[in-house]
Design a protein around this ligand. Structure first.
Ligand code: FE
Ligand code: ZN
Ligand code: FE
Length: 193
């Protein structure tokens, strides 16, 4: 069984090598430059998004009631300011000037967060709405940084990949923290009901 598998792999490998040398279709320099273009476009998008969040998160903090939620948002606001700087470092690592291009997705998520805060009564219900909006933001960022890190690795941009990885981990931790806040506030609500 084992021999067959490795034999198949060996065959596949050599045929892949053959087609590469024949047509030069996979992993060509054209593919690499298109991937680089995608990478830069995505970086400009998240750079805009992070800057927008440094203005949106303070509004969420003002509208939040729970101490735990306020603390979580304040600590992530500080991290978000660091994410803006890290984006600039990634631009630097690829020899480009930082440039932000409006992220329609993040603009939409921020707009919806505002609507949720307007439509809910101050207190636990508004807090629940803020958490749901904030987690959608984190998931968008996790998707983007995961993609950017993978692209950076594929492009051999090791330094950029490690910077992106650091932000990715902070976004994941922020999302996890928000889940904890949601669970503990729901528990607290149930206890007083
Ligand atoms: Fe971020
Ligand atoms: Zn976008
Ligand atoms: Fe974030």
């Amino acid at each position: 069984m084992k021999t067959t598998t490795s034999k198949n792999l060996a065959v596949k490998k050599s045929s892949a090598k053959e087609s590469e040398s024949n047509s030069n279709s996979s992993n060509s320099s054209k593919d690499q430059s298109q991937l680089m273009e995608l990478f830069v476009d995505e970086l400009k998008d998240i750079y805009w998004a992070e800057k927008a969040l440094t203005k949106a998160i303070p509004k969420m903090i003002k509208k939040a009631s729970s101490e735990e939620l306020i603390e979580a948002l304040e600590s992530h606001l500080k991290e978000t300011e660091g994410h803006v700087k890290r984006c600039e470092q990634v631009f630097g690592a690829i020899g480009k000037e930082p440039k932000a291009v409006k992220c329609e997705a993040m603009a939409g998520l921020v707009k919806e967060a505002g609507e949720i805060m307007d439509e809910t009564e101050e207190g636990p219900m508004r807090d629940a709405g803020i958490i749901s909006a904030a987690q959608k933001v984190e998931h968008y960022e996790i998707a983007t940084y995961g993609t950017l890190r993978t692209f950076a690795n594929a492009l051999g941009l090791d330094h950029a990949a490690s910077i992106l990885e650091q932000t990715l981990e902070e976004e994941k931790a922020a999302d996890k923290k928000l889940t904890e806040v949601a669970e503990s506030s729901i528990n607290a609500e149930a206890a007083t009901a």
